[in-house]
Design a protein around this ligand. Sequence first.
Ligand code: R5P
Length: 279
Amino acid sequence: MLSEHLAAEAGWELASTELKRFPDGESYVRVVSPLEKKDVVIVSATFPDSNIIETLLLHDAVVRRKPNSVRLLVPYYGYQRQDKLFKEGESVSAEVIAGILDNRFDEILTVDLHAEGVSKYIRNTKTKNFVASPQIAKYFRKRKIDTVISPDGGLRAVEYAKIAAKEIGCDYDYFLKERIDSTNVKLYPKKVDVKDKTVLIVDDIIATGSSMIAAMKRLKELGAKRIFAGCTHGLFTGNALPKLRELADEVISTDTIETEASAVSVAPLILEHLLELRA
Ligand code: R5P
């Protein structure tokens, strides 16, 4: 687990907690370890829904232990995709979740927020967002990648691929994607030069896998020799992971969401920041 990993790497105490659910589904949280005058980092996601409540209860339990500071590390920030009104009558869920977290912590740490807009809703608390694509790139360096591809032409997606390519020291390119609905995407027939090449596709999130699958199929049509795929947040809904594995040589994610594909840890990124604060 990321919290265990962080504590072990830094040589910090991993506070003991009791987390359970009452028979009716309500959360119970207890922080067993004394935390008086300590600098505390709570590692807790806002996904799935039940973790939002758990995060708030953990915060309350920690604060009652009178620590020196309380930071929140949200490895995967749920509800960030709805960061504005797309249709009349919707809720801006990113703003709602930000409002719940704001004014409680000394700092909120996030990893690869999907949209810039999300942190602007956390109005009164310091925030820091970490980019994980260099970690993914480091993992794939040994595969002799020729080109990094983004399945999406959006600015952030292309930047994500560019950072990975820089880390590997190779080219990058991107496809142009249109999302039809939550499980279907269409790639425009843009040509990328991948014939006989070893390609790494990177994305911030793999959810249904439809973006990656469309990109992998197109890369195969264009003659790519080997295809690797890496993302920060591996949601892998339904049978996304086996479907992706049929098409790619390897599919991995980081440990912001722990799955069997979590081959890369974001702990070093977070640790560097936390150690700087202590210096
Ligand atoms: C979209 O803009 C994101 O960067 C990801 O490409 C998207 O969330 C992936 O979703 P899926 O795996 O369902 O295509």
